[in-house]
Design a protein around this ligand. Structure first.
Ligand SMILES: NC(=O)c1ccc[n+]([C@@H]2O[C@H](COP(=O)([O-])OP(=O)(O)OC[C@H]3O[C@@H](n4cnc5c(N)ncnc54)[C@H](O)[C@@H]3O)[C@@H](O)[C@H]2O)c1
Length: 596
């Protein structure tokens, strides 16, 4: 019969502990909540009150239920108060010696049959367990931040955890309304092992001034649909906690350099910039503990002021190419009121392209997203051509031809001859160095990357890529144009993968490596990222949509440019591509899609 948990203890009421107290008390379980001192206890109590008050304000919790919830929580200083609980969850800072000391003490204080659990993110549950005389009753119960919201719990069993303890904890998770995945004791478990390399990489981008914090966060939110950007997430996790997790993962997880904490992180922690909890991290908050970001000296001026930065006036735009991206980009510019000159290779291609744009605009009308008059006006703004000469008087050219360097270089050399001076020349390449394309013209200062996402009319993000030769005016122009298109333009340097792909694909590749190592299943890994981190799709779902061949090509580019050993494509990914299992388009990838 499953064990009854009527009273649980929570040790440490910081970012995680206070949330864990709330989870138990909300589900009718009495909680003994302990801290190291009275002031820390007061802070924990205040966090719980704020969180439940917010739930009441949002209509998610009745006032009577809130009051009952608080009555179930008994606050105390010191571990002695835990003498009669059925289970303890420890959520103190991520230091092995501290956790071991606490577990030795819990072993002494708690009843012999009590289960002792740690919420550690990266430390070895096994090493923590051997500080007690009951390692078979020690387990990891890893909640996600914020604990009351995130559905996932990783249940971590060591080689000595008793099977009935695992079963009892799994049943408890279900009672708490959580979805659990049970896994072995490995650094970072599932979610953090996949998350922290990505977070650290994002911090490295800030440190190297690759892109601004707002741009990195906007890129991942708008380009991948993530609930928050990596730097805002670092602030939520707490930079001190994140530092300790990375440091432990680096040491325990095979010294993967991608987990070696970026020096900036250590400096910020030392300077007391711990994220939301201290009121300042990558962003500045209204006050410590507040989620409200306030402007600071690094906040960029609003986009409207881009004109003041020398952005050039753009009225007429040339778009070269006739594929999927060109079709979408023509539509986007025409709908935004620009006069568009479309240039395709040959009259036949031009006619097909015209039909494709017309069809797409018609769909907008059918779906009620576009008025008929606006469709007609947009079509009226486009002229269709098969000759580059028609670009002689445009103010901006957007190139979206085939992804081959020789073709793009030849095109830019021609544009150099044809276009008037001062024109901004943009390439939509997603993988070639923009500087290679720029140097094919005699005006590299006017060349930028404008990386649209597919489908261009829908996706709200554009990466504006500046090379070491791009002028500030050309960058400002590109950014201002994005704003008039209703898109968010994020500026980054000219490196493989720009922001989104450089941060996204190594994470997907890591998920494949995790599967390959048989640490977990594709279903559990997908679950973990969706329910633990709020991702719209799990890595294997996403890989099947993107195409395994596309993912492999991007990962290879990243590896070749950065020579980072951790970026080496997963052998399993290569094998699946060789076998023709390319994802949905081939009806089979990581999953079988033949019946859908
Ligand atoms: N922050 C996250 O997003 C996150 C997510 C999942 C798991 N975790 C893990 O949860 C644990 C706690 O992390 P956090 O971010 O909540 O840390 P935190 O720094 O926000 O809170 C730690 C709390 O522990 C208290 N404490 C310290 N020593 C104590 C002692 N001897 N007795 C009682 N209380 C003590 C501190 O006063 C503090 O309130 C870590 O193991 C961390 O890896 C963190």
């Amino acid at each position: 019969m499953a064990r009854e948990f009527s009273t649980v203890g929570v040790v440490g009421l910081g970012t995680m502990g206070a949330g864990i107290v709330e989870v138990f008390a909300r589900n009718g379980i009495d909680v003994v909540a302990v801290e190291i001192s009275e002031p820390a206890l007061d802070r924990g109590r205040a966090t719980l009150t704020r969180s439940t008050d917010r739930a009441v304000a949002k209509g998610k919790l009745a006032v009577a239920d809130r009051d009952a919830l608080h009555e179930r929580v008994h606050f105390a200083v010191g571990l002695d108060a835990l003498h009669s609980v059925d289970l303890v969850i420890e959520a103190v800072p991520e230091h092995l010696d501290l956790k071991q000391r606490i577990f030795a003490e819990l072993d002494r204080v708690c009843r012999p049959q009590a289960i002792l659990a740690t919420n550690t993110s990266s430390l070895s549950v096994t090493e923590i367990s051997v500080a007690t005389t009951r390692p078979n009753q020690v387990i990891g119960i890893h909640f996600f931040n914020p604990a009351p919201v995130m559905k996932l719990v990783e249940v971590v069993r060591t080689v000595v955890t008793a099977p009935e303890v695992v079963a009892d904890v799994e049943a408890l998770c279900t009672r708490l309304g959580k979805v659990d995945v049970t896994i072995n004791d490995r650094a970072g478990f599932i979610a953090n092992a996949l998350l922290f390399g990505y977070l650290n990489h994002a911090v490295a981008m800030v440190e190297s001034h690759y892109a601004a914090r707002e741009d990195i966060d906007a890129a991942m939110k708008l380009g991948c649909g993530l609930p928050m950007g990596p730097l805002a997430l670092m602030d939520l996790i707490g930079l001190d906690t994140a530092y300790e997790i990375l440091d432990t993962m680096y040491r325990r997880g095979g010294r993967d350099r991608r987990h070696a904490p970026v020096p900036l992180l250590k400096q910020m922690v030392t300077a007391g910039l711990l994220g939301r909890k201290s009121g300042r991290g990558f962003y500045t908050y209204e006050r410590p503990g507040s989620p409200v970001v306030v402007p600071d000296e690094a906040t960029p001026p609003a986009t409207e002021s881009a004109l003041a930065d020398g952005a050039r006036a753009i009225a007429k735009v040339g778009i070269v190419g006739s594929g999927t991206m060109a079709t979408g980009i023509i539509e986007v510019f025409a709908k935004a009121g620009y006069e568009v000159v479309s240039v395709a290779r040959g009259l036949e291609k031009s006619a097909t392209l015209r039909e494709a744009v017309r069809t797409s605009l018609n769909e907008g009308v059918v779906r009620g997203r576009l008025a008929e008059a606006d469709r007609d006006a947009a079509l009226g703004r486009i002229s269709w051509s098969a000759a580059l000469d028609h670009l002689a008087d445009v103010d901006l050219v957007v190139e979206a031809v085939v992804e081959e360097l020789s073709v793009k270089k030849a095109l830019f050399a021609s544009l150099d001859e044809i276009c008037k001076p001062g024109v901004v020349l943009a390439t939509t390449t997603s993988s070639l160095p923009v500087i290679d394309v720029a140097m094919a013209s005699h005006r590299p200062a006017d060349v930028v990357g404008l990386h649209f996402f597919n489908p261009a009319p829908v996706m709200p993000l554009v990466e504006v890529v500046r090379t070491i030769r791009t002028s500030p005016e050309a960058t400002a122009t590109a950014r201002a144009v994005c704003a008039t298109l209703g898109k968010t333009g994020v500026v980054c340097e000219d490196r493989s993968g720009f922001i989104v792909n450089a941060l996204l694909f190594p994470y997907l590749n890591d998920a494949v490596k995790m599967l390959e190592a048989s640490y977990s299943t594709a279903d559990d890994i997908d679950h973990a990222m969706k329910l633990g981190c709020g991702y719209p799709m799990g890595p294997f779902e996403l890989l099947d949509v993107v195409g395994l061949d596309v993912a492999l090509a991007i990962q290879r580019e990243l590896y070749l440019e950065l020579r980072e050993p951790g970026f080496a494509p997963a052998p399993l990914l290569e094998h699946l591509v060789t076998a023709g299992y390319l994802g949905r388009k081939a009806r089979r990838g990581f999953r079988d899609h033949s019946h859908r």
